[in-house]
Write a new protein. Structure first.
Length: 297
């Protein structure tokens, strides 16, 4: 191979060609070091402040890369620019960091589709938002999906630990769901799942709370900043709302109930999303074993 090519591949010039901004994100130390024009700036703020959205990205590829130890890429935007973002995990000493490479593609993204009327009407930012939502939405209920749980919960959990605040999760399972499927068929079962999803969602009043379909007839609610008492009140409100509501499917009307299990960061005592889910799941099965249609914590 040409010696000049080899020299270029090992030089800082290559990084400057593929990245306008390079950031080192340390999720555990909660630091962001930004390299731009060969100058390093350490910022103690959230990594998502760069995007100006005042919240963690739904499609956070840096946390995904951190969890999976795999490189991921996405398109994201600020108020006036569109970026191609590549997140590369890198292990150093006793911890893992993520190297983010941001390339401004505002003038080149979807260039070949510039004459597409539909594209012009939708807008690139709306298209990006829709793509991110599709990646993390359950197609049946419209709630977040299991993938979102495994990427967002560790972020919320870490933020709670670093800020010394509470975090609670609620696991929910529909009681006797098999009987619904046997009586009304799988379409009736799907309709019931949609009804339950809407009812549970309607009980969430706090801006930071979110709900996802965990799988099958199970749901998970995450409540950052909520102590055990607040989570108990929310779960009980959900239980009552569901018990009192009617599922109307074709010519039938029927009730369904659900069982609830709650875990809290302080009660688990470990910085681990899997442990938090496991404890809530254990409480859920206690609710099942103790008669269903109840809240255990």
């Amino acid at each position: 191979m040409d010696s000049k090519i080899i020299e270029f591949l090992s030089s800082p010039a290559l990084l400057e060609q593929i990245s306008d901004i390079t950031r080192i994100v340390d999720p555990l130390q909660k630091t962001v070091t930004e390299y731009k024009d060969r100058v390093a700036m350490i910022d103690e703020a959230h990594c998502f402040d760069f995007w100006g959205k005042n919240k963690a990205c739904d499609n956070c590829i840096s946390m995904r890369g951190y969890n999976d130890n795999t490189t991921y890429t996405k398109i994201e935007y600020t108020k006036d620019k569109t970026y191609m973002v590549t997140a590369v995990p890198y292990n150093i000493a006793d911890r893992r960091i993520v190297i983010e490479m941001l390339k401004d593609i505002s003038k080149s993204v979807f260039h070949d589709l510039s004459g597409d009327t539909v594209m012009q009407q939708i807008g690139i930012h709306t298209l990006i938002d829709n793509m991110n939502k599709l990646a993390f939405r359950d197609s049946l209920t419209g709630l977040y999906n299991r993938r979102y749980i495994m990427e967002k919960l560790p972020v919320d959990l870490l933020n709670s630990v670093l800020s010394a605040t509470d975090l609670s999760i609620i696991m929910v399972d529909i009681d006797h769901f098999k009987k619904v499927n046997d009586t009304y068929g799988h379409i009736g079962g799907d309709y019931t799942l949609q009804h339950v999803a809407a009812t549970l969602s309607g009980c969430l009043k706090r801006a930071n709370d979110w709900i996802a379909r965990f799988g099958g007839e199970e749901f998970l609610i995450c409540m950052p900043g909520a102590n055990l008492e607040a989570a108990k009140a929310t779960a009980e409100g959900m239980r009552e709302s569901l018990e009192k509501s009617l599922v109307r499917y074709q010519n039938a009307e029927f009730n369904v109930t659900a069982s609830f299990g709650i875990s809290n960061l302080k009660s688990v005592g470990q910085v681990n999303a899997e442990d938090l889910i496991k404890q809530a799941d254990e409480k859920l099965y206690s609710a099942k074993n103790n008669g269903r249609n109840r809240v255990e914590f």
